[in-house]
Design a protein around this ligand. Structure first.
Ligand code: ATR
Length: 283
C-alpha cells in the first residue's frame, strides 16, 4: 500500500487557521488518501519540528505567524519568491531529501486577481500600495513580476516604506500618508495591505483616503478578508472602482503547496470559497 501523504500548517497559535478546511476540501474532491492537520509549535519548538519532518512522516506544510522568518532561515533551499520576500510560508521535502522553502503569497495575490479580473495587469503601469509589512513585500514582488512600471508604497512609519523601496529597486518609491492622496488619481491599481479596518483591529469608520478622485478604470483590492468588505473596499465600491476582496488570495496561495505534497494541482472553486466564507461568518 502506498504511504499516506501527510502535510500540516504550523503557527503559534494555530487553532484559527482555515488552511485545514481548504486542503481537506481538496483531498476529498480529488479522492486522495492524504491528511492535512494544524500543529501548534512554540518558537522554541519550531526549529526541531521542521528539521525532523521526514521522521514524523510529514512531506511538508504551511508556516504562518510567527514562524515565517525562522522557516526562511532554517530551510536548505528557497524559491525566488521566498528569497525576494524574506519569508517562507510553504515547505516541502524534495526528491533529494532537501527541505525546500517557498513563498506563495505573491502567487496567491496575482492568481486571485487573474481569476476575478483577468485584465487587471493589462497595460497597468502605476500601483499604489498601502502598508509596508510582510504582506506588502509579497504584493510588491508580484507587481514587479507583472511588469508594473511604478509602485508607490505608503506607510505610517515611512522608514519601513523606504526600506522596501531600497530592497526592491528604483520602480518602488516610498511615501508617507500625508502624500498618499496625491497619488490616487494616477494609480491603475490600489492595494490595501494595512490592518486598518481589519476585524478586531479597531475598525476605522472611514478609510483615510478619498477614492472618488481615482481613475474610473482603477482596481482596488485588499489582502484582508475579515470583514470581506473592508472599509477600504467599501469606499472603493462607492467610488465606482472595480473591487477584488482578499479571500481569494488565501485560497490561491494554498494551491502550490497542495501540488507539492499531494501531486495534484487543485482548483479554487466557488464551492470552496463558500465553505471558507461560511466558516468566517460563523466565527
Ligand atoms: P503584515 O505582515 O500583515 O503586513 P505588519 O507587518 O504588522 O503585518 O504590517 C501592518 C501594516 O499595517 C503596516 O504597514 C502598519 O503600518 P506601520 O508600519 O506604520 O506600523 C499598518 N498599520 C497598522 N495599523 C495602522 C494604522 N492605525 N494606521 C496606519 N497604518 C497602520
Amino acid at each position: 500500500m502506498a504511504e499516506m501523504k501527510q502535510a500540516f500548517v504550523t503557527g503559534f497559535p494555530i487553532k484559527h487557521s482555515r488552511s485545514p478546511l481548504i486542503h481537506n476540501y481538496w483531498l476529498q474532491r480529488y479522492g486522495l488518501s492524504g491528511s492535512y492537520k494544524a500543529i501548534e509549535n512554540s518558537p522554541e519548538n519550531f526549529p526541531n519540528f521542521i528539521q525532523t519532518l521526514a521522521e514524523q512522516g510529514l512531506r511538508g506544510g504551511n508556516v504562518t505567524i510567527p514562524h515565517k522568518e525562522a522557516a526562511f532561515a532554517l530551510c536548505e533551499k528557497r524559491d525566488a519568491a521566498a528569497e525576494a520576500i524574506g519569508a517562507v510560508n510553504t515547505l516541502w521535502i524534495d526528491a533529494e531529501n532537501h527541505l525546500n522553502g517557498g513563498n506563495t503569497d505573491a502567487y496567491g495575490f496575482a492568481a486571485n486577481l487573474d481569476a476575478q479580473l483577468p485584465d487587471w495587469d493589462a497595460g497597468a503601469k502605476i500601483a499604489l500600495v498601502l502598508g509596508a509589512g510582510g504582506a506588502s513585500r509579497a504584493v510588491l514582488y508580484a507587481l514587479l513580476n507583472r511588469g508594473f512600471e511604478k509602485i508607490i508604497v505608503v506607510n505610517r512609519t515611512v522608514e519601513r516604506a523606504q526600506a522596501l523601496a531600497a530592497h526592491f529597486g528604483s520602480k518602488v518609491e516610498a511615501a508617507g500618508w500625508d502624500e498618499a492622496q496625491g497619488f490616487v488619481s494616477s494609480a491603475d491599481l490600489i492595494v490595501n495591505t494595512t490592518s486598518l479596518g481589519m476585524s478586531g483591529h479597531g475598525e476605522a469608520q472611514e478609510f483615510p483616503l478619498h477614492l472618488a478622485q481615482a481613475k474610473p478604470t482603477a482596481i482596488a483590492t485588499d489582502i484582508v478578508y475579515i470583514p470581506l468588505e473592508t472599509p477600504f473596499l467599501r469606499q472603493a465600491r462607492q467610488a465606482g472602482l472595480r473591487c477584488v476582496d482578499g479571500l481569494g488570495m488565501l485560497l490561491h496561495q494554498a494551491v502550490p503547496g497542495f501540488e507539492h505534497w499531494f501531486g495534484v494541482c487543485p482548483e479554487v472553486t466557488d464551492e470552496l470559497r463558500q465553505i471558507i466564507l461560511d466558516d468566517v461568518l460563523k466565527s
